[in-house]
Write a protein that binds this ligand. Structure first.
Ligand SMILES: Nc1ncnc2c1ncn2[C@@H]1O[C@H](COP(=O)(O)OP(=O)(O)OP(=O)(O)O)[C@@H](O)[C@H]1O
Ligand SMILES: O=c1ccn([C@@H]2O[C@H](COP(=O)(O)O)[C@@H](O)[C@H]2O)c(=O)[nH]1
Length: 276
């Protein structure tokens, strides 16, 4: 499945991949299938990822991850920018990371470029490594992962390699007609925003990505948003998902106080608060 090895350590399972074990950053790693254990201190090779499996931990960093899924052009990137601004998440677009990898002159560049032109899904190990590195290099502990996982294999590999289970999945539900119109009008010079590739992307989305959303729905993790509406209205619905429920009930109480007892000083703020 992925280029990694695991073994039991202190009742926990650990994975590693890539590079030399001894170059890793002050964490415990395992060597080989025989389960030989090495404790490494110091060093520093960012290409090596060591993660606790079965906990949302990345190099001993606890992280919160929200997957942002939906068809091509459903507005994921647009809304992620709003979420970053209002809720302090870091936005990691898998597609942007892959495009940056092409630009960097990486040995995988040509392969990634061909896959994107064809609307195909890049192998999991490539994308997961880019996502892992981006999370490790960022001091934040809250990430929006946009446009990943795109198929069941992506999903299973990410969960087993990183041990990260998403907090929830934000799903932008949009008609194909609307998505096509948006992609053809995006005008960002993307090689895959032409009608032939768009059709291929739609097919891959229907066949491979929707089952991932269905999987998370069966776990009660999907927060579905009607993404056909204008940007501002979509964000109102998104906000309702991100505002913690206790804050919603506090504001609800405040509104009731305003309504019932006429606390005029609070009325503007309370009435502007979006209660869902
Ligand atoms: N609610 C909306 N109404 C109208 N246009 C929108 C809306 N949301 C986004 N757009 C526009 O549609 C285009 C696609 O949006 P965006 O890039 O956010 O989609 P995406 O889901 O991230 O796409 P992709 O999966 O291809 O990366 C952009 O030009 C954006 O400005
Ligand atoms: O996890 C991923 C994300 C993206 N791809 C490839 O990139 C393009 C563009 O993705 P956007 O999310 O629209 O930026 C996509 O069609 C895939 O070819 C991928 O393989 N895996």
């Amino acid at each position: 499945m992925v280029n990694g090895r695991d073994c039991a350590l202190g009742g926990k399972r650990w994975w590693w991949w890539g590079g030399e074990v001894g170059a890793c950053n002050g964490v415990i790693v395992v060597s080989g299938d025989s389960g030989v254990i090495a404790t490494v201190s110091g060093g520093g090779n960012d290409d090596i990822g060591v993660m606790e499996v079965n906990g949302s931990s990345l190099n001993e960093k606890k992280v919160t991850v929200v997957f942002v899924l939906g068809g091509p052009g459903s507005g994921k990137g647009t809304q992620c920018a709003n979420i970053v601004e209002h809720f302090g998440y870091t936005h990691l677009s898998a597609g942007d990371l892959l495009r940056a990898e092409i630009k960097s002159g990486s040995e995988n560049g040509t392969m990634i470029q061909n896959m994107i032109k064809e609307g195909k899904i890049v192998p999991s190990e490539v994308t997961i490594k880019l996502l892992q590195r981006a999370m490790q290099e960022n001091a934040n502990d809250k990430f929006l992962i946009d446009g990943f996982p795109r198929n069941e294999e992506n999903r299973a590999a990410f969960e087993s390699v990183t041990g990260i289970v998403p907090e929830f999945v934000l799903f932008f539900d949009c008609s194909e007609e609307e998505m096509e119109k948006r992609l053809l009008g995006r005008n960002q010079g993307r090689e895959d925003d032409n009608i032939a590739t768009i059709r291929k992307r739609f097919n891959v989305y229907m066949e491979s990505s929707l089952p991932v959303i269905q999987y998370y729905d069966s776990k009660g993790k999907v927060r579905k948003i009607d993404a056909v509406k204008p940007v501002e209205e979509v964000f109102e619905a998104v906000k309702a998902v991100f505002i913690p429920s206790h804050e919603k009930s506090v504001s609800s109480t405040t509104v009731n106080m305003v309504k019932n007892k006429g606390y005029e000083g609070l009325s503007t703020a309370a009435n502007n608060w979006d209660l869902k």
